[in-house]
Design a protein around this ligand. Structure first.
Ligand code: MGD
Ligand code: MGD
Ligand code: SF4
Ligand code: MO
Length: 708
């Protein structure tokens, strides 16, 4: 967290500065960018989430602004297998328009698909959804948020009637008497958040961490449960079983504020802690201590993140923790609750405004006739021209270039060649397209496969709004203009719309002005679950942001949800019985180990950005495989030896890192690298039946020493 300010250089005029937020994760740490003689410096800025802290990625974020790898001209591939060559914008846009017209004429509207990202601003996410539905009139749009928090989102909506990652401000964490973190490693994934946890422990609060590895976060915990990957659901049910049998439930709350408890009671009655100990490896005594610590606390908070969620049963796993929280009376109680730690910079806002396959702006459902009528009205199109729901991300990528699937794809803000499950298959599907268009500011591994690459602006070169992990809408502010030859994502969508669609709409899909797009987003979201109607640009500009829902201009916003009721038809939260089921791919003699994946501090996601930053590359130069020394001894592997991790889908090769902090039956690799070390060559593409979330966090593998 202390690396000194990094700088980037470009000859420029007067010194200037912008109070903005980090381009990377959902904590959206406040930072000030200062440009002097073309050099951009990052300074930490006080904001409620980071409280003046930044991690190494934030400190070094400006280095990419003037990076030699920065794209400043469109690139075009003239024939399959040929090289990408520089082209003019006119040439590139014409090629895209011709390609889209050709495949749609031959195969229908849905022959073109769109893939977005949770790092896009609210305005871009909104404009992208509108571009797909109104300009392209395709139903096929989805985005990388499907890889991220979709299971927590689905479980939250099912139980509470709404999905806002944290239904309370992050500062509540510092006041919790008991805090349970399930499958979250914020010491590496959101380092400044640890300031809140330090507060919590200073006040005498207890931190309990559930993770198959002794992570930097787990090391700070009072109690660490180290389950076998994929057994969190059983752990949650056992905790509820203990609370039930020890009479620790909040009966008044359950009676007054919830429905459906009886069936859950019957289900968890059969979930015996001793059996869960055998399944998960978590001792009964630790389960009991956890249940008691949660139940006896005045203020108790349960948080899940990707470790619990990225499973083919992720929705039910989150549901099990929500059941526990409800039975203990936590949601809506001051200082207590359940939440999910959303991941990407705009992971929250990006899932609200229509880049999701089944969604319209304001977190409305695309199959809801009232929602369709409202949004069609804002967009000025006949309601029956709005397409219906599309398909979730993996299904979409897996269908590309097949006889029934899309023939053209536009990607904005994702690098699926590295980050998608079963990535080799996804790569071959991308290669099967007639037209792949990628808008990026770098030649990501996905851009390398594109027929057309469009160079777009970076975060410090554009205005906009983001919604952080608390549901707080905040302002991204431009420091400077994009370099010559570079356009903003909004300008790209407006340019394409102007070329593709001759008709005029009352809504102005040709506007590239973020503020104008935000004004339209406000109207489109009005009355929906994620209501931004009262969130004005001026208000977020002068304040520390506004928590949605905020339906009325100058009216109150909503830092805390569920205080008096839940946004369900009867105002009550809904229990739902769930039972453990095994991972999609069981271990067997040929693949006897569990493989799980995650992150390291220095790199962000597919690494397209952070692998190009010197300090971050030095801090974490390449992929690795964590192995327990006992396992390594059995396999004859020494620290640093190159190993192969082999699943039924493929393999990765990387040096072994021996550490007693991982279970001996489990191996771990981070997913930030392409090529031989790509973790997603190995991962399973089984998905959750409700959310479409892939099972990134468990599959069956064997590990071998690689012959040099
Ligand atoms: N440095 C860094 N920070 C980031 C990002 C990044 O790429 N790099 N990405 C951002 C984004 S988009 C996200 S979504 C967040 C993710 O933030 P986290 O969810 O904290 O990150 P992960 O490392 O994916 O997973 C967390 C932990 O889950 C554990 N785990 C694996 N399998 C299981 C299991 O079956 N059960 C349990 N209980 N735990 C398990 C792993 O050991 C890991 O320590 O981070 C955000 N911040
Ligand atoms: N094995 C395994 N795989 C995983 C995960 C895991 O835990 N394990 N986690 C999953 C999760 S939670 C996530 S969120 C995904 C993320 O994985 P990706 O979707 O690949 O996300 P990024 O690497 O952030 O890719 C963003 C790309 O868009 C570009 N970009 C950034 N901002 C913008 C913008 O504003 N406009 C445009 N046009 N481009 C932009 C960047 O340069 C980069 O090339 O990975 C998932 N994959
Ligand atoms: S914690 Fe997240 S938002 Fe904060 S500086 Fe690091 S990457 Fe940026
Ligand atoms: Mo994510």
């Amino acid at each position: 967290m202390t690396d000194g300010a990094r700088t980037a250089t470009r000859p420029g005029p007067a010194p200037r500065q912008a109070a903005t937020h980090c381009p990377y994760c959902a904590l959206q740490c406040g930072m000030t960018l200062r440009e002097t003689d073309g050099r951009v410096e990052v300074l930490p800025r006080q904001f409620p989430t980071n409280r003046g802290g930044l991690c190494q990625k934030g400190w070094t974020a400006a280095e990419l602004l003037d990076h030699p790898d920065r794209l400043t001209t469109p690139l075009l591939r003239d024939r399959p297998g040929g090289e990408l060559r520089p082209a003019s914008w006119d040439e590139a846009l014409d090629r895209i328009v011709t390609g889209i017209r050709t495949v749609q004429a031959g195969h229908g509207r849905d022959a073109v698909a769109v893939f977005g990202g949770g790092g896009l601003t609210n305005e871009k996410a909104y404009a992208l959804g509108r571009f797909a539905r109104v300009t392209l009139r395709t139903r096929l749009i989805d985005y990388n948020g499907r890889w991220c928090m979709s299971s927590a989102a689905a479980a939250g909506t099912r139980a509470f009637g709404i999905d806002r990652g944290l239904p309370f401000p992050l500062t509540d964490l510092g006041h919790a008497d008991t805090l349970l973190l399930v499958g979250a490693n914020p010491a590496e994934t959101m380092p400044p958040l640890m300031r809140h946890l330090a507060d919590q422990r200073r006040r005498g609060g207890r931190l309990i961490v559930v993770d198959p590895r002794v992570t930097a976060t787990a090391r700070q915990a009072d109690l660490h449960l180290q389950p076998l990957p994929g057994t969190d659901l059983a752990v949650a049910n056992a905790l509820l079983h203990i609370a039930l049998t020890e009479g620790l439930l909040d009966r008044d709350y359950v009676a007054a504020r919830t429905t459906g408890f009886d069936e859950v009671r019957r289900t968890v009655a059969g979930c015996l802690p001793a059996e869960v100990e055998r399944l998960s490896g978590v001792p009964v005594a630790d389960l009991e201590a956890t249940a008691r610590a949660l139940a006896t606390a005045d203020r108790a908070i349960i948080l899940t993140a990707r470790g619990a969620e990225q499973h083919a049963k992720g929705v039910d796993t989150v549901t099990a923790f929500i059941n526990l929280a409800l039975a203990l009376g936590l949601p809506g109680r001051p200082g207590s609750g359940y939440g999910c730690l959303t991941g990407q910079g705009n992971g929250q806002g990006g899932r609200e405004h229509g880049q999701k396959a089944d969604q319209l702006p304001g977190y409305r459902r695309i199959d809801d006739p009232v929602a369709r009528a409202h949004v069609a009205g804002v967009w000025g199109v006949p309601v029956d021209e709005l397409p219906g729901p599309g398909v979730p991300a993996y299904e979409l990528l897996d269908s590309l270039g097949t006889p029934e699937g899309p023939k053209a794809l536009l990607v904005l803000g994702s690098n699926p060649v590295v980050s998608a499950p079963r990535a080799a298959r996804v790569e071959s599907r991308l290669r099967a397209l007639d037209l792949l268009v990628v808008a990026d500011f770098l030649r990501s591994e996905t851009a390398e496969l594109a027929d057309v690459v469009l160079p777009v602006a970076q975060w410090a070169e554009e205005d906009g709004t983001m919604t952080n992990l608390e549901g707080r809408v905040l302002r991204r502010r431009a420091l400077r203009e994009p370099p010559p030859g570079v356009r903003t994502d909004l300008a790209v969508l407006a340019d394409l719309t102007a070329r593709l669609d001759a008709s005029a709409h009352p809504s102005d899909p040709r506007s590239a002005d973020p503020r104008a797009v935000f004004e339209e987003l406000r109207r489109a979201s009005a009355g929906g679950p994620a209501d931004y109607a009262g969130v004005t640009w001026d208000r977020i500009d002068t304040d520390t942001g506004v928590f949605w829902p905020c339906p009325v201009v100058d009216g109150p916003d909503t830092p805390r949800l569920f205080v008096d009721s839940f946004p369900t038809p009867d105002g009550r939260a809904r229990f739902r019985p769930v039972t453990h089921r095994p991972a999609a791919e069981p271990v067997d003699a040929a693949h006897p180990l569990h493989f799980t994946t995650g992150r390291v501090l220095a790199h962000y996601q597919s690494g397209a950005q952070t692998r190009r930053v010197d300090a971050l590359r030095r801090a974490a130069p390449g992929g690795f495989v964590e192995l327990h020394p006992d396992l390594a001894a059995r396999l004859g592997v020494a620290d640093g030896d190159e190993v192969r991790v082999v699943s039924r889908r493929g393999e990765l090769r990387a040096p072994a890192r021996l550490t007693p902090t991982i279970r001996p039956d489990t191996v771990f690799a981070p997913f930030h690298w392409p090529g031989a070390a790509r973790a997603n060559s190995v991962t399973n593409d089984a998905v959750d039946p409700v959310s479409g979330m892939p099972e990134f966090k468990i599959c069956a593998v064997r590990v071998e020493r690689a012959e040099p």
